[in-house]
Design a protein around this ligand. Structure first.
Ligand SMILES: Nc1nc2c(c(=O)[nH]1)N[C@H]1C(S)=C(S)[C@@H](COP(=O)(O)OP(=O)(O)OC[C@H]3O[C@@H](n4cnc5c(=O)[nH]c(N)nc54)[C@H](O)[C@@H]3O)O[C@H]1N2
Ligand SMILES: Nc1nc2c(c(=O)[nH]1)N[C@H]1C(S)=C(S)[C@@H](COP(=O)(O)OP(=O)(O)OC[C@H]3O[C@@H](n4cnc5c(=O)[nH]c(N)nc54)[C@H](O)[C@@H]3O)O[C@H]1N2
Ligand code: SF4
Ligand SMILES: [Mo]
Length: 851
């Protein structure tokens, strides 16, 4: 019997509908876009379309663990309840804390919030959305009186001007970006402006790219506001005046303008003001809530919005209600609890400071990896390690944070769990399970409800399924609402949970969602009006100096998700960026003696990381960029959060993650290596390594400072038994060794005396084979593929595995001049489209030579 399950992608806030299908029990699941889902109409980006490659159970946490001991659920839940109860009894409710995530489902999130704020009676629940969306939440509340996203994706189709600010939409919200490009293809007069210090893949597609000095967005948008009011403005943001004039006049003359922003705005010590500086320009022109126009914050995580709805941020109570007396009373009556928290709790940065100061005696981390993703990650790690009792709910057995836990609780994850998520346009969609429950794993809501019952809050946590939780949440949004709160799901109360179709809140009547708000000029401040907030520009909190002369900007790569626990499983996704690199302008490279492809030590005040240098002309001189994804499981030391001070926005508490002063120095290695192995390898010494997924193996890039006796070292790492084929040139520092077990390739190590982007694709392919023929064995250590070419290339299109060289050759040989022509010839860019901006950049680079 064919099985088909409609669900939602677990990655970004675009919230694409996904169909998982298989022909019968024995077949593999395949995943494709849901043509009927209004967020994507069938499209998926490369991460979404690779989901089926991430479903294996390798490395999953399948049983509760106390320390290193596997235990049954009963003792684990009892211990958690006992430790939290004891801490509360001895030190009060504010001595415990939950740190949760925008990747929890709404039902999970609701239970977490109800338990902490409703029954433990503390506001100490905060979320990784503090690092992500909190400046936008605060900016919305100041301007609108509510945390409301006024518009929807259709506005991107209808706009005549789309301004993308601090958003690498092409890589981070690819399906929304495809929508913008499709609109532009239909209506070439439509314009795209990108405001980003870097020339990103997004900027490659823009009509105008303002590569502003980091942190100057408020100056730019205050200047725009003055221009719109017919006033003079000084706009010194590090770009030529003509470009500013061009942007201002396009904005002034284009009624249908959407301004999209994300982390380049939010992750700032003045993020809330920057959000309001953008909103001010839309309020000034009345461009809000009408088709094709509005300020539009793209949410990052799949359920960042759902978390904001239930009240997962420490400074909100529940369901868009704050901590004023009337709301505390109202929520208390709804939950039938007399202990509802009466004041906000600790925001993420302050929460981990309180952990460090021993004020938090019991901490529960769910569905997030703060040991990697927090600023001052080194201090956060030390704080968690010293906390008397730490619980981590995870689907992975080993993460940088889980390593520090006293108790690890196995959570169901995407494909297994059930609930709802809300995307960037306020659209609620179902996530539905299609895989069997692995091991003893349980839904996050179930785990918390069990602990709540053991803490004595039984009746309030007695649900038997997620549908009942969702219904309770909908009733809370409707409770004594009378139009006073934007978040109103009264039309979903009593709905058939199984068959809920994607719908945008507010839902005041069954089946009737709301695409846009505020077109009527009514907002949620008591007087019904919006507020223009004064937003005097402030520079980033930390300035460069002689010791730390460069600004480190951090963010995302196209094909990885956060700390790589899911995307890191797919070989297809590893190909685009197999190592953590530091992007550096060639001018800075000269200044700091850095070589393209060499290693460098990047230092902040307390810590340093090692990254590979990549020259990039799209970087502004004086600024470098590093990805956030690599962690202690995938690298020897590339956690960029350790370099960043936790300077926060005074209103939102969001930390400044985009502008950190650093020093960069070249790192001379005695040797460089590439290691491929079918099995995990414990690398015994502290040198540089970064690990990536291969098809049937993993691949490590290595480097070390001291020479090795390679035939000996290789066998220490990989095992001396089995059959070894080796090549050694001791004088020139080359070594190549392959280990076969029962005729099958087990591991290969290549060592070079210099840095190289050597990529042994022909050896990688050999891992797929059951046996290696005798005459083929020598090619394993040949240092070049049988054909002769050294096989060095960079994957551009991950869907069809098309490399940079093939695209360059096709452009050159066939005089191709558009991404569409490249697609027609090589298929590159024709599936998910994520690489189209890169193909355009390759075309641009080739253009003068063709002409
Ligand atoms: N591939 C991929 N996609 C993702 C994610 C992922 O991990 N991988 N994560 C998801 C999540 S949770 C989030 S929050 C979103 C984030 O999505 P984005 O915000 O688009 O991604 P980032 O790379 O963090 O940063 C965006 C841009 O801000 C720019 N920037 C830095 N400083 C400034 C500045 O001062 N002014 C301006 N105007 N720009 C600046 C950076 O150069 C960068 O290009 O992505 C989501 N989508
Ligand atoms: N320097 C710097 N730091 C940043 C950012 C930046 O741009 N620069 N961006 C920030 C932003 S916007 C974000 S959103 C954060 C993201 O940072 P994190 O939230 O720390 O990153 P993830 O890897 O998404 O962590 C999710 C964890 O949940 C686990 N998990 C997956 N599914 C489930 C489930 O169903 N239940 C449970 N219990 N666990 C599950 C995964 O295995 C993983 O370990 O990083 C922030 N940190
Ligand atoms: S754009 Fe990609 S990552 Fe985001 S929801 Fe859609 S398929 Fe998933
Ligand atoms: Mo995020």
């Amino acid at each position: 019997m064919p099985e088909i399950v409609r669900t939602t992608c677990p990655y970004c806030g675009v919230g694409c509908g996904v169909i998982a299908a298989r022909l019968d029990d024995s077949a593999q699941w395949v995943v494709r876009g849901d043509p009927e889902h209004p967020a994507n109409f069938g499209r998926l980006c490369v991460k979404g379309s690779s989901l089926a490659e991430t479903l294996d159970l390798d490395g999953r946490l399948l049983h509760p663990m106390i320390g290193e001991q596997t235990v049954a659920w009963e003792p684990a839940l009892d211990l958690v309840a006992e430790k939290f109860t004891a801490a509360i009894a001895e030190h009060g409710p504010d001595s415990v804390a939950f740190y949760v995530s925008g990747q929890l489902l709404t039902e999970d999130y609701y239970v977490a919030n109800k338990l902490m704020k409703g029954f433990i009676g503390s506001g100490n629940i905060d979320t990784n959305s503090r690092l992500c969306m909190s400046s936008t939440v605060a900016g919305h509340v100041r301007a609108f009186g509510s945390d409301t996203v006024p518009g929807c994706y259709e506005d991107l189709d209808l706009a005549d001007l789309v301004v993308l600010v601090g958003s690498n939409t092409a890589w981070c919200h690819p399906v929304a970006f495809q929508r913008i490009l499709a609109a532009k293809a239909r209506r070439p007069d439509m314009r795209i402006v990108v405001v980003d210090p870097r020339r990103t893949a997004t900027a490659e597609c823009a009509d105008l790219h303002l590569a502003i000095r980091p942190g100057t967005d408020a100056i730019l948008f205050n200047g725009l506001l003055a221009h719109l009011r017919g006033e003079e403005a000084q706009v010194e943001v590090g770009v030529p005046l003509e470009q500013i004039v061009q942007f201002f006049s396009w904005f002034a003359e284009t009624e249908k303008t959407v301004t999209v922003w994300s982390q380049g705005i939010n992750q700032s010590s003045s993020g809330t003001d920057k959000v309001d500086a953008i909103i001010n320009c839309h309020l000034q022109t009345g461009r809000i809530g009408r088709p094709g126009m509005g300020p539009f914050s793209l949410t990052g995580q799949p359920n960042a919005m759902g978390g904001r709805e239930v009240g997962g941020l420490a400074n909100m109570l529940a369901a868009h209600m704050g901590f004023d007396e009337a709301n505390v009373d109202r929520v208390g009556r709804f939950w039938a609890s007399e202990r509802v928290a009466a004041k906000p709790g600790l925001k993420a940065v302050d929460m981990f400071k309180a952990v460090a100061e021993s004020k938090i005696k019991a901490l529960w981390v769910m569905c997030t990896n703060p040991a990697v993703s927090m600023p001052e990650a080194d201090l956060v790690r030390a704080a968690i390690a010293a906390c008397p009792f730490v619980v981590v709910s995870e689907c992975e057995a080993d993460t940088d944070t889980a390593r520090l836990a006293h108790v690890r609780l196995p959570a169901l994850t995407w494909g297994e769990k059930e609930g709802t998520v809300t995307n960037s346009e306020r659209r609620i969609s179902r996530q539905r399970p299609f895989l069997p429950t692995p091991g003893e794993a349980k839904g996050d809501w179930w785990i918390m409800a069990q602990v709540a019952q053991r803490m004595g809050f039984g009746e309030a946590f007695a649900w038997t399924d997620t549908g009942a939780i969702f219904d309770e949440f909908c009733r809370l949004t409707a409770f004594e609402n009378h139009g006073a709160r934007d978040l109103d799901l009264s039309g979903l109360v009593g709905a058939d949970y199984e068959s809920i179709e994607p719908i945008q809140w507010p839902v005041r009547e069954p089946g009737k969602g709301t695409a846009r708000l505020f077109a009527d000029g009514r907002f949620y401040h008591p007087d019904g009006k919006a507020r223009m907030v004064d937003t005097p520009p402030r520079p980033p909190a930390r300035a460069t100096d002689e010791a730390f002369p460069l600004i480190l900007n951090t963010g995302r790569m196209r094909d990885q998700w956060h700390t790589m626990t899911r995307t890191g499983r797919a070989a297809r996704l590893a190909a685009h960026a197999p190592e953590p690199v530091l992007q550096v302008h060639p001018r800075d490279a000269i200044r700091f003696r850095l070589a393209d492809g060499g290693l460098a030590k990047v230092s902040g005040r307390r810590a340093s990381v090692v990254l590979r240098i990549a020259f990039d002309n799209g970087q502004r001189p004086g600024e470098v960029f590093a990805p956030i994804h690599w962690n202690d499981r995938t690298s020897s030391g590339a956690v960029v959060g350790t370099l960043i001070d936790a300077a926060t926005d005074p209103v939102s508490g969001q930390p400044e993650l985009k502008q950190a002063p650093v020093m960069v120095e070249p790192l001379d290695a005695a040797w460089h290596g590439v290691l491929l192995s079918r099995n995990p390898v414990e690398l015994p010494r502290s040198f540089y390594w970064a690990k990536a997924a291969g098809q049937a193996h993993s691949i490590w890039r290595l480097a070390g400072e001291a020479g090795e006796d390679w035939p000996v070292t290789a066998k220490q790492w990989l095992g001396a038994d089995g059959e070894w084929i080796e090549f050694l040139d001791p004088n020139r520092g080359h070594y190549r060794g392959a280990r076969l077990v029962d005729g099958r390739l087990d591991a290969v190590l290549f060592v070079f005396p210099w840095a190289t982007d050597f990529s042994p694709d022909w050896v990688a392919a050999a891992f797929g084979r059951a046996a290696i023929a005798g005459d083929e064995r020598a090619t394993l250590v040949a240092g070049a593929p049988p054909g002769g070419d050294r096989g060095r290339d960079k994957t551009v299109c991950a869907c069809f595995n098309v490399g940079l060289e093939a695209i360059r050759a096709a452009i050159r040989d066939h005089r191709l001049s558009s991404a569409a022509e490249v697609g027609a010839m090589l298929k590159a860019g024709t599936n998910c489209g994520s690489c189209v901006p890169e193909i355009r950049a390759i075309l641009a680079e080739a253009a003068p030579k063709v002409a």
